[in-house]
Ligand binder design. Structure first.
Ligand code: CAA
Length: 377
């Protein structure tokens, strides 16, 4: 259930999206760049730290608030929500597993918009099978020496530090012997791959991060040595609420565009919204959007109120919202006909942006593995 404060946050987020994001969404899709002004304003309004406690510069809000902001922003421009998502995903390990010193040093500047963080789990050979990572962190006195390559890293081209999941025990099998280690970009041997040229969410930045004998002090270990896989999985649970809200916003945006367009488009002597096919398609789209919304808000509320484990529900949110974002975008573009294929219409961008929703932060197939794994245990 949403409370009054959530409606206030929705109003603020909607106004911000309409004024600061919507007018530039097409341009950002072309250039891949946001103005510094918009990025600064995200921090000013604390959108970069909605769920982070006030002592670390955040808004001290809950996950329903974060979900609402993601939804309202993605409704107008999904790329910007990748900034917030990356901040939230890379900030959470500090918040939940970091020492007080690590929170002050890494989390707070991220929330204040002074530094950018990233979450480094995926590797060229370790995508869905996250435990097969090959990046190693070898112990050397008071330091680790890190070697390996992380890929598809959101904010990779601009991050100031990354939470890198590394094998600290090479003998350990599978999910064991993995640790979360903070690696700052200033360290010798840290480099970035080329900025990826993507199909969608082109305003968000993505690249590989390469570690070539990067020496970091052991005080950069997050949580306990060898517990990194569980840390990653627990962070992804809440992360899946965030990313599914992004998918929800995209779906809502696609529905908005379909309603607007079909009321204006005249064929066979009347607006196509008067045709029963259009009405049925719109009804289907809206029902899917509302179902996703209910599932996401319920899961976020369960997480906010700490009512048990949310692993299954978060996977359901990600699976369902990711899929319907694609279905609703497809249906909306179909209602637009040939015009929907043209860049002049927002649905062209929304359709491309939606495609990643069933892939990143765990594919739909992985969500089904998680859901069925819990049900059939
Ligand atoms: N919370 C806490 N612990 C968890 C957990 C959770 N949600 N899920 C699993 N674990 C624990 C298990 O209890 C188990 O612990 P024990 O060893 O003590 O028994 C351990 O972790 C291993 O679990 P599994 O045996 O289930 O692990 P698995 O190897 O079978 O893999 C998987 C499970 C679900 C397939 C996992 O590999 C996975 O989620 N893969 C997808 C990875 C993913 O989402 N990548 C996205 C990268 S982030 C991203 O995209 C960011 C971005 O920039 C957009």
């Amino acid at each position: 259930m949403l409370e009054k404060k959530h409606e206030m946050i929705r109003k603020l987020a909607r106004e911000f999206a309409e004024k600061e994001l919507a007018p530039y969404a097409t341009e950002v899709d072309k250039t891949g760049e946001y103005s510094k002004d918009v990025i600064d304003k995200l921090a000013k309004y604390k959108f970069t730290g909605i769920t982070i406690p006030k002592e670390y510069g955040g808004a001290g809000g809950d996950y329903r608030s974060l979900a609402i902001v993601m939804e309202e922003f993605a409704r107008k421009d999904a790329s910007i929500t990748s900034y917030i998502m990356a901040n939230s995903l890379s900030g959470a390990p500090y918040l939940y597993y970091g020492t007080e010193e690590q929170k002050q040093k890494f989390l707070k500047p991220m929330v204040l918009g002074e530094k950018i963080g990233a979450f480094g789990l995926t590797e060229p050979g370790a995508g869905s099978d996250a435990s097969s990572i090959e990046t190693t962190a070898e112990s050397d006195g008071d330091d680790y020496i890190i070697n390996g390559r992380k890929c598809f890293i959101t904010m990779g081209p601009v991050c100031d530090h990354i939470v890198a999941f590394c094998k600290t025990d090479r003998q350990a099998k599978g999910t064991k012997g993995i640790s979360a280690i903070i690696v700052e970009s200033f360290r010798e041997g840290f480099s970035r791959g080329k900025e990826e040229d993507k199909l969608g969410i082109r305003g968000s930045k993505t690249s590989d991060i390469i570690f070539d004998n990067v020496r970091v002090p052991k005080e950069n270990l997050l949580g306990k040595e060898g517990e990194g896989f569980k840390l990653a999985m627990s962070i992804l649970d809440a992360g899946r609420i965030t990313v599914s809200s992004q998918a929800l916003g995209l779906a809502q945006g696609a529905l908005d565009e379909a309603i607007k367009y079909t009321k204006e488009r005249i064929q066979f002597g009347k607006p196509i919204s008067k045709l029963q096919n259009t009405q049925f398609v719109i009804a289907d789209m809206a029902t899917k959007v509302e179902t996703a919304r209910a599932l996401i808000y319920n899961t976020a509320e369960k997480y906010d109120k700490k009512v048990g484990n949310i692993t299954k529900e978060a996977a359901m949110c990600k699976y369902y919202a990711g899929e319907i974002a694609n279905q609703v975008a497809y249906a909306s573009l179909q209602l637009h006909g040939g015009y929907g294929f043209m860049k002049e219409y927002a649905i062209e961008r929304i359709y491309r942006d939606a495609r990643i929703m069933s892939i990143y932060e765990g594919t739909s197939e992985i969500q089904k593995v998680v859901i069925s794994g819990i049900l059939l245990k």
